[in-house]
Design a protein around this ligand. Structure first.
Ligand code: GDP
Ligand code: MN
Length: 380
């Protein structure tokens, strides 16, 4: 789960990481209230879960009430890379002497935590990595050993952070690492981490991704979940316990097994169609699961056809066929359905379906034939 910047900063604060005083605002009036509380000048920042807000006009400095009105008014409702701004973070503006970059993430192949630190912050780290990879000091951290202050001190020197920033930066990095580990983050990133002209180091931005697998030990994450703008299809699928991922195409897909579901997307693509979703109904697909799957796909207005691709292994095709018929009795489906049923008890399964087939519920013998038929419906 990705956090908004203001949530990331709240999270940082819990671990003692210095951030600027500020507050959230959903209206211009609220922005004025926060500005009055934290004191001018302030920075008004769009709260969207996408980077590059600064460049997109989503970060503005304001030195008076009038400027707050102008900028807050302009940023609220702004579309940044498809994300519409509904909330602002307003904080006391910092004077900046230097902008650095710091992050912790997981280095899977090496089974270690990876710290990245650079004296060239404020710009996209991908650009730094491309243009001057030597400007990023990488630190592999054994999760069993952790990060101590002595190591952090060596690291800030190696990264070339300014002398006067090093002691505070090392201290902040240890706290950020604690946040990353104890806070169960997949990513904890500060860009920019700043040094002020009067020699203070603190986090000016926060990008935090929480590891959902750890949510069982973080009841406090509930408040972050509450502000998540989930795809309504994915929300419904989650409630029904389905393995569903929403996509942009017009062919709804139901398959058993993640591998087959992915192959189904490929085949649909190969014959000129595009998948509306990924959906793996797993083994032992009964009528309940099938009905739930059809229901979720049915709510997607983009779907023009549903392609059910079942290869029976442990799953028996006759059970799937019964499930489909029962599900169709429960849910009114707006799109035609093309089925490809093969594998264990496929003959019995097809026989069960046969009396129910018509020009909107049909079977094809192979996966490729079924994909072609489905895409023909979708492109009608
Ligand atoms: P991003 O573009 O989405 O990464 O948003 P950031 O929060 O990183 O802000 C973008 C840039 O705005 C930063 O790199 C800074 O240069 C500038 N900025 C943000 N906050 C302040 C501030 O308090 N004072 C000043 N002078 N500049 C700021
Ligand atoms: Mn940033």
């Amino acid at each position: 789960m990705d956090l908004f910047e203001y949530q990331g900063k709240q999270y940082f604060s819990r671990f003692g990481i210095a951030v600027s005083p500020g507050g959230v605002a959903d209206t211009v009036d609220e922005a004025l209230d926060v500005a009055a509380r934290v004191g001018y000048p302030v920075v008004i920042k769009a709260q969207v879960k996408v980077g590059g807000r600064g460049k997109a006009g989503g970060v503005k400095l304001a030195t008076s009430d009038d400027e707050v009105r102008t900028h807050a008014g302009a940023i609220l409702g702004l579309d940044i890379k498809g994300h519409v701004v509904k909330r602002l973070w307003v904080e006391h503006a910092s004077d900046i002497a230097k902008e650095y970059y710091a992050s912790f993430t997981l280095d899977r192949p090496n089974k270690v935590h990876l710290g990245m630190l650079s004296a060239q912050g404020g710009v996209e780290i991908e650009v730094v990595a491309e243009e001057s990879p030597d400007a990023i000091a990488m630190l592999q951290i054994d999760p069993l050993v952790g990060l101590d202050v002595a190591t952090a001190r060596r690291w800030v020197a190696e990264a070339g952070l300014d002398e006067e920033a090093r002691v505070q930066a090392a201290d902040l990095l240890v706290k950020l690492y604690t946040c990353y580990v104890e806070g169960d983050c997949d990513l904890a990133e500060v860009n920019p981490l700043i040094l002020t002209p009067d020699g203070r180091v603190h986090a000016l931005d926060a990008k935090v991704t929480l590891d959902e697998n750890a949510s069982f030990r973080h009841p406090e994450w509930e408040e972050f979940r509450a502000t998540e703008t989930e795809d309504p299809r994915e929300k419904m699928a989650k409630e029904k316990g389905l393995n569903y991922i929403g996509l942009d195409g017009t062919v709804g897909i139901i398959a058993n097994g993640a591998g087959l579901a992915m192959s189904t997307l490929d085949v649909v693509n190969q014959v000129g169609g595009s998948a509306a979703n990924f959906l793996d109904i797993g083994g032992g697909a009964n009528a309940d699961v099938m009905a739930a799957a059809l229901e979720v796909i049915n709510t997607d207005p983009k779907v023009k056809v549903i392609f059910v691709n079942i290869f029976g292994g442990i799953t028996r095709v006759d059970e799937v066929a019964k499930g489909v018929i029962e599900a169709l009795g429960r849910v009114t489906i707006t799109s035609p359905i093309v089925l490809r049923l093969d594998g264990t008890n496929a003959v019995e399964g097809r026989a069960i379906l046969k009396p129910h087939l018509n020009d909107r519920l049909l079977t094809e013998p192979t996966m490729l034939d079924a994909a072609r038929r489905a895409v023909a419906f979708a492109n009608q």
